[in-house]
Design a protein around this ligand. Structure first.
Ligand code: CTP
Length: 458
């Protein structure tokens, strides 16, 4: 199939249309636009796999603008501005009014810009624009110094040959591949290969990225690449990157569908000890945990990784991984209550006790239990469903109206309702009005109000 047709099929009609418009808009200004990096890699992987029917979804598009003499640090920003003007007013596609929701961001310091399109659900299609650049690393692990360059320079500064790929978007050369480092061949051979000897020292996050791509696609590291990677690890290159950059790449790994495979590689290369020397990652135990779409579910992966660490060491990890306050709370709460929940499951505690311990856990702690032992998956699933329905209909306002004086008793009452609903002792399938009546009856029976007669209570 012709590349153009295939691009339409794989990127989808809408994104294909956008790519064509980007190419044209650049050409009008005497520039050349390229699609680069991940989307090109995945497009070629699709092309190589037969039949290549898989559509690329949820993929951001990275655009690099080249232009010889015309290229300046503002070139990509200006082109993105021009496209934003074209795309934002009066534009309707597939019945959807974009103009209200399409967004534009400029990152002046980097000479880059982003256009964000609303997609189905809450998803956004992100199109990033950058000018083609040459990089120079002042010292290992630091961010590089940048100057304008041509498309080959831009590809040469990248991590692996399979990511150093570009597709020309200008009208006369639309769909032509730029592959100056033989990346397509490495995709065929299933190889991760760096572009030069100093690559891992220049940017040690590439050590983590190598594990991510090798794990995701089930590729191997080319021989010299593996040697250079191990040398960089021995030289403690990972200590030269900031905690934030380390976090970003670790989170990317934990979000991967095959994250266990990526972690196995990191364990092989003794990289996990950079996170904590006490991590024991059991490679033989194939833990099949699937990342749900929820934002924080990658924390399940982190919980698995740090399962042998005590509370204090876990606290250290939350700092090292620069966790947000919310993420930190999920991890520490899980760490605190998982041992009791595990014990309750292992020792077949009564449902009342088991549910008590399970309800102390955050959602990710529950998922953790479900994936640690497949015998518990159903039990945990039932608990999660019941928990959602067990939320009391009554609230503080209602309790006040009934006549309870405000105070700690409210928490106690609402907790009790939650517990009995969890155990199925109060119905959860009635209308809101009927449920409320049942809850009121229950509360009055178990928390008698002074001065209210039995008759009134009934
Ligand atoms: N890149 C790089 N070195 C890095 C980070 C990024 O060379 N340390 C380049 C690669 O060419 C990569 C592109 O920037 O393809 C975009 O990076 P990123 O979004 O992290 O990776 P993708 O390849 O798009 O991966 P994914 O499929 O996970 O989105």
């Amino acid at each position: 199939m012709k590349t153009c047709l295939l691009m339409k099929k794989i990127f989808g009609k809408k994104n294909f249309g956008l790519l064509k418009e980007i190419g044209q808009a650049a050409q009008e200004d005497g520039l050349t636009a390229y699609l680069v990096g991940g989307p090109v890699r995945d497009f070629l992987l699709n092309k190589l796999s037969k039949p290549c029917t898989r559509r690329m979804q949820g993929k951001d598009l990275d655009i690099v603008i080249s232009g010889g003499e015309k290229l300046e640090e503002n070139t990509a920003i200006n082109l993105a501005k021009k496209l934003f003007k074209i795309w934002s007013p009066h534009r309707r596609l597939a019945g959807e009014a974009w103009q209200k929701r399409i967004k534009f961001k400029i990152h002046q310091r980097f000479g880059t810009a982003t256009i964000l399109f609303p997609e189905k659900g809450n998803q956004l299609l992100e199109i990033d624009f950058a000018f083609s650049r040459k990089e120079n690393y002042p010292s290992p692990g630091r961010l590089p110094e940048v100057e304008p360059g041509n498309i080959e320079d831009d590809l040469y500064r990248r991590d692996f040959t399979i990511n150093a790929l570009a597709v020309n978007l200008s009208s006369d050369e639309f769909g032509e591949l730029v592959d100056s480092t033989d990346g397509k061949n490495d995709l065929k051979k299933k190889f991760i290969r760096v572009l030069h000897e100093k690559s891992f020292l220049d940017d040690p996050t590439r050590i983590l990225r190598a594990a991510r791509f090798a794990g995701r696609y089930n590729f191997s590291l080319e021989k010299k690449t593996l040697t250079w990677l191990k040398e960089a690890i021995k030289k403690n290159a990972l200590f030269t990157i900031s905690r934030q950059r380390f976090r970003e790449e670790m989170v990317n790994i934990l979000k991967e569908k095959e994250s266990a495979h990526c972690l196995n590689l990191l364990a092989d290369w003794s990289v996990l000890s950079f996170l904590s020397p006490d991590i024991r990652w059991d490679k033989t135990k194939t833990i099949d945990y699937k990342m749900e779409k929820g934002d924080e579910n990658w924390l399940v992966g982190l919980l698995l990784l740090i399962k042998d660490l005590d509370y204090q060491k876990t606290e250290e990890i939350t700092r090292r991984m620069v966790l947000t306050r919310k993420e930190r709370k999920i991890i520490l709460q899980s760490k605190k209550y998982l041992p009791d929940a595990l014990k309750a499951l292992e020792k077949n505690y009564s449902l009342t006790h088991l549910y008590h311990y399970l309800s102390l856990l955050p959602e990710q702690g529950l998922i953790y239990l479900g994936v640690t032992n497949s015998c518990w998956t159903n039990l945990i699933g039932t608990f999660q469903r019941r928990k959602d329905k067990a939320k009391p209909v009554l609230n503080g306002e209602d309790l006040k109206k009934i006549g309870y004086p405000p105070g700690p008793i409210y928490k106690k009452i609402l907790k009790k309702i939650f517990q009995v609903k969890l155990l199925g002792k109060l119905p959860t399938y009635l209308s809101e009005k009927q449920t409320k009546e049942k809850e009121i009856k229950f509360v009055l029976r178990h928390f008698p109000l002074k001065g209210v007669t039995a008759k009134e209570r009934a």
